[in-house]
Design a protein around this ligand. Sequence first.
Ligand SMILES: Nc1ncnc2c1ncn2[C@@H]1O[C@H](COP(=O)(O)OP(=O)(O)O)[C@@H](O)[C@H]1O
Ligand SMILES: [Mg+2]
Length: 205
Amino acid sequence: MKSIAFLSQKGGSGKTTLAVHTSVAAQESGERVVLIDTDFQKSATTWSEARTVDTPIVATAAASDLATVLEAARSEDMAFAIIDTAPHAAPDAARIAQTVDLVVIPCRPSAFDLAAVSGTLEIVKAAKVQGVFVLSACPFRAPEIAETRAVLAEYGLPVAPVEIIDRRAFARAIATGRAVTEFESNGKAASEIRSLWDWLKEQMR
Ligand SMILES: Nc1ncnc2c1ncn2[C@@H]1O[C@H](COP(=O)(O)OP(=O)(O)O)[C@@H](O)[C@H]1O
Ligand SMILES: [Mg+2]
Protein backbone atom coordinates (compact mmCIF):
# COMPACT_ATOMS: atom_id res chain seq x y z
CA MET A 1 0.00 0.00 0.00
CA LYS A 2 1.15 3.51 -0.84
CA SER A 3 0.14 6.54 1.20
CA ILE A 4 -0.17 10.07 -0.13
CA ALA A 5 -0.78 13.18 1.99
CA PHE A 6 -1.96 16.51 0.68
CA LEU A 7 -0.13 19.03 2.82
CA SER A 8 0.21 22.80 2.92
CA GLN A 9 0.34 25.35 5.67
CA LYS A 10 -2.02 27.52 3.66
CA GLY A 11 -5.78 27.09 4.10
CA GLY A 12 -7.74 27.14 0.85
CA SER A 13 -4.90 25.88 -1.34
CA GLY A 14 -6.93 22.89 -2.53
CA LYS A 15 -5.93 20.04 -0.21
CA THR A 16 -9.44 18.74 0.37
CA THR A 17 -10.56 19.26 -3.24
CA LEU A 18 -7.57 17.31 -4.55
CA ALA A 19 -7.62 14.60 -1.86
CA VAL A 20 -11.30 13.88 -2.50
CA HIS A 21 -10.96 13.95 -6.27
CA THR A 22 -7.82 11.83 -6.53
CA SER A 23 -9.34 9.25 -4.19
CA VAL A 24 -12.39 8.93 -6.45
CA ALA A 25 -10.18 8.83 -9.57
CA ALA A 26 -8.11 6.05 -7.99
CA GLN A 27 -11.26 4.16 -7.04
CA GLU A 28 -12.65 4.54 -10.56
CA SER A 29 -9.45 3.14 -12.03
CA GLY A 30 -10.11 -0.05 -10.06
CA GLU A 31 -7.88 0.50 -7.02
CA ARG A 32 -8.84 -0.20 -3.43
CA VAL A 33 -8.52 3.18 -1.79
CA VAL A 34 -9.19 4.75 1.57
CA LEU A 35 -9.44 8.49 2.10
CA ILE A 36 -8.28 9.49 5.57
CA ASP A 37 -9.53 12.83 6.89
CA THR A 38 -7.16 14.18 9.57
CA ASP A 39 -8.53 17.74 9.48
CA PHE A 40 -10.54 18.61 12.60
CA GLN A 41 -12.79 20.69 10.32
CA LYS A 42 -13.76 17.38 8.69
CA SER A 43 -14.56 18.75 5.21
CA ALA A 44 -13.77 15.44 3.50
CA THR A 45 -15.90 13.58 6.06
CA THR A 46 -18.82 15.95 5.41
CA TRP A 47 -18.37 15.34 1.67
CA SER A 48 -18.49 11.58 2.23
CA GLU A 49 -21.68 11.84 4.32
CA ALA A 50 -23.41 13.48 1.35
CA ARG A 51 -22.45 10.60 -0.93
CA THR A 52 -24.88 7.99 -2.19
CA VAL A 53 -22.19 5.34 -2.77
CA ASP A 54 -19.95 3.89 -0.11
CA THR A 55 -16.65 4.05 -1.99
CA PRO A 56 -14.03 5.27 -1.58
CA ILE A 57 -14.00 4.35 2.08
CA VAL A 58 -13.53 7.47 4.19
CA ALA A 59 -11.93 7.25 7.64
CA THR A 60 -11.86 10.16 10.06
CA ALA A 61 -8.82 10.17 12.32
CA ALA A 62 -6.65 12.42 14.44
CA ALA A 63 -3.22 12.99 12.91
CA SER A 64 -1.72 11.25 15.94
CA ASP A 65 -3.63 8.07 15.00
CA LEU A 66 -2.56 8.08 11.34
CA ALA A 67 0.03 5.31 11.66
CA THR A 68 -2.55 3.03 13.29
CA VAL A 69 -5.19 3.78 10.64
CA LEU A 70 -2.64 3.16 7.86
CA GLU A 71 -1.76 -0.18 9.44
CA ALA A 72 -5.46 -1.13 9.47
CA ALA A 73 -5.83 -0.05 5.83
CA ARG A 74 -2.82 -2.16 4.88
CA SER A 75 -4.33 -5.22 6.55
CA GLU A 76 -7.57 -4.57 4.62
CA ASP A 77 -5.55 -4.85 1.38
CA MET A 78 -5.95 -1.23 0.37
CA ALA A 79 -3.71 -0.22 -2.53
CA PHE A 80 -3.70 3.49 -1.68
CA ALA A 81 -4.38 5.67 1.33
CA ILE A 82 -5.01 9.32 0.50
CA ILE A 83 -4.75 11.71 3.42
CA ASP A 84 -6.38 15.12 3.77
CA THR A 85 -4.77 17.38 6.36
CA ALA A 86 -5.45 20.57 8.30
CA PRO A 87 -3.62 23.83 7.51
CA HIS A 88 -1.28 25.33 10.12
CA ALA A 89 -0.96 21.96 11.81
CA ALA A 90 2.75 22.27 12.51
CA PRO A 91 3.63 19.32 14.81
CA ASP A 92 0.96 17.14 13.17
CA ALA A 93 2.15 18.05 9.68
CA ALA A 94 5.65 16.87 10.54
CA ARG A 95 4.32 13.60 11.92
CA ILE A 96 2.17 13.03 8.84
CA ALA A 97 5.09 13.76 6.51
CA GLN A 98 7.20 11.19 8.34
CA THR A 99 4.49 8.56 8.05
CA VAL A 100 3.57 8.67 4.34
CA ASP A 101 5.25 7.70 1.06
CA LEU A 102 4.48 10.89 -0.84
CA VAL A 103 3.60 14.46 0.14
CA VAL A 104 1.69 16.55 -2.40
CA ILE A 105 1.85 20.31 -1.85
CA PRO A 106 -0.97 22.13 -3.64
CA CYS A 107 -0.20 25.75 -4.49
CA ARG A 108 -2.44 28.35 -6.06
CA PRO A 109 -0.69 30.69 -8.47
CA SER A 110 -0.73 33.54 -5.95
CA ALA A 111 1.90 35.38 -3.93
CA PHE A 112 0.25 34.30 -0.66
CA ASP A 113 0.35 30.64 -1.56
CA LEU A 114 3.93 30.87 -2.80
CA ALA A 115 4.97 32.57 0.43
CA ALA A 116 3.49 29.69 2.42
CA VAL A 117 5.30 27.03 0.38
CA SER A 118 8.66 27.34 2.13
CA GLY A 119 7.19 26.30 5.50
CA THR A 120 5.67 23.16 4.01
CA LEU A 121 8.84 22.45 2.08
CA GLU A 122 10.90 22.54 5.29
CA ILE A 123 8.58 19.95 6.82
CA VAL A 124 8.99 17.73 3.76
CA LYS A 125 12.79 18.07 3.74
CA ALA A 126 13.06 17.41 7.49
CA ALA A 127 10.92 14.27 7.10
CA LYS A 128 13.11 13.09 4.18
CA VAL A 129 9.93 12.13 2.34
CA GLN A 130 9.31 12.37 -1.39
CA GLY A 131 7.46 15.61 -2.20
CA VAL A 132 5.82 17.14 -5.27
CA PHE A 133 3.94 20.35 -6.08
CA VAL A 134 0.60 20.69 -7.84
CA LEU A 135 -0.66 23.96 -9.29
CA SER A 136 -4.17 24.25 -7.93
CA ALA A 137 -7.26 26.38 -8.69
CA CYS A 138 -5.44 28.21 -11.47
CA PRO A 139 -7.25 31.05 -13.24
CA PHE A 140 -7.77 29.91 -16.84
CA ARG A 141 -4.85 30.89 -19.12
CA ALA A 142 -3.39 33.34 -16.60
CA PRO A 143 0.30 34.29 -16.94
CA GLU A 144 0.70 33.68 -13.20
CA ILE A 145 0.54 29.94 -13.84
CA ALA A 146 3.85 29.82 -15.73
CA GLU A 147 5.43 32.27 -13.30
CA THR A 148 4.42 30.18 -10.30
CA ARG A 149 5.57 27.00 -12.02
CA ALA A 150 9.01 28.55 -12.56
CA VAL A 151 9.31 29.64 -8.92
CA LEU A 152 8.20 26.20 -7.66
CA ALA A 153 10.66 24.42 -9.96
CA GLU A 154 13.50 26.28 -8.25
CA TYR A 155 12.63 24.60 -4.95
CA GLY A 156 13.92 21.37 -6.43
CA LEU A 157 10.77 19.22 -6.17
CA PRO A 158 8.90 17.98 -9.26
CA VAL A 159 5.86 20.05 -10.29
CA ALA A 160 2.92 18.09 -11.73
CA PRO A 161 2.73 18.80 -15.47
CA VAL A 162 -1.06 19.05 -15.33
CA GLU A 163 -2.53 22.25 -13.88
CA ILE A 164 -5.80 22.07 -11.99
CA ILE A 165 -7.87 24.98 -13.27
CA ASP A 166 -10.30 26.97 -11.13
CA ARG A 167 -13.58 25.45 -12.32
CA ARG A 168 -17.03 25.68 -10.79
CA ALA A 169 -17.41 21.95 -11.29
CA PHE A 170 -14.88 21.26 -8.52
CA ALA A 171 -16.69 23.37 -5.93
CA ARG A 172 -20.08 22.00 -7.02
CA ALA A 173 -18.82 18.45 -6.76
CA ILE A 174 -17.54 18.91 -3.21
CA ALA A 175 -20.77 20.61 -2.13
CA THR A 176 -22.88 17.70 -3.39
CA GLY A 177 -20.86 14.72 -2.19
CA ARG A 178 -19.58 13.88 -5.64
CA ALA A 179 -16.45 14.18 -7.72
CA VAL A 180 -16.18 15.86 -11.12
CA THR A 181 -15.47 12.48 -12.72
CA GLU A 182 -18.87 11.33 -11.46
CA PHE A 183 -21.11 14.05 -12.88
CA GLU A 184 -19.12 15.39 -15.81
CA SER A 185 -17.03 12.40 -16.72
CA ASN A 186 -16.05 13.81 -20.13
CA GLY A 187 -15.40 17.32 -18.84
CA LYS A 188 -12.12 19.16 -18.57
CA ALA A 189 -12.07 19.03 -14.77
CA ALA A 190 -12.40 15.25 -14.87
CA SER A 191 -9.60 14.96 -17.38
CA GLU A 192 -7.30 17.15 -15.25
CA ILE A 193 -7.93 15.00 -12.20
CA ARG A 194 -7.32 11.75 -14.08
CA SER A 195 -4.01 12.99 -15.42
CA LEU A 196 -3.02 14.24 -11.97
CA TRP A 197 -3.77 10.84 -10.47
CA ASP A 198 -1.85 9.02 -13.24
CA TRP A 199 1.14 11.29 -12.68
CA LEU A 200 1.06 10.91 -8.88
CA LYS A 201 0.94 7.14 -9.27
CA GLU A 202 3.99 7.31 -11.57
CA GLN A 203 5.86 9.25 -8.88
CA MET A 204 5.47 6.37 -6.43
CA ARG A 205 7.01 3.67 -8.60
N1 LIG B 1 -9.74 23.76 -8.86
C1 LIG B 1 -10.69 24.42 -8.18
N2 LIG B 1 -11.74 25.00 -8.84
C2 LIG B 1 -12.71 25.68 -8.17
N3 LIG B 1 -12.73 25.84 -6.85
C3 LIG B 1 -11.72 25.29 -6.13
C4 LIG B 1 -10.66 24.55 -6.74
N4 LIG B 1 -9.82 24.12 -5.77
C5 LIG B 1 -10.33 24.56 -4.61
N5 LIG B 1 -11.47 25.27 -4.81
C6 LIG B 1 -12.31 25.93 -3.82
O1 LIG B 1 -11.48 26.69 -2.95
C7 LIG B 1 -11.85 26.53 -1.61
C8 LIG B 1 -10.68 25.93 -0.82
O2 LIG B 1 -10.37 24.65 -1.34
P1 LIG B 1 -10.09 23.40 -0.37
O3 LIG B 1 -9.89 22.23 -1.23
O4 LIG B 1 -11.14 23.34 0.68
O5 LIG B 1 -8.71 23.88 0.26
P2 LIG B 1 -7.97 23.39 1.61
O6 LIG B 1 -8.48 22.03 1.92
O7 LIG B 1 -6.52 23.42 1.27
O8 LIG B 1 -8.33 24.40 2.66
C9 LIG B 1 -13.08 25.65 -1.61
O9 LIG B 1 -14.21 26.48 -1.56
C10 LIG B 1 -13.01 24.91 -2.92
O10 LIG B 1 -14.27 24.57 -3.43
MG1 LIG C 1 -9.31 21.25 3.65
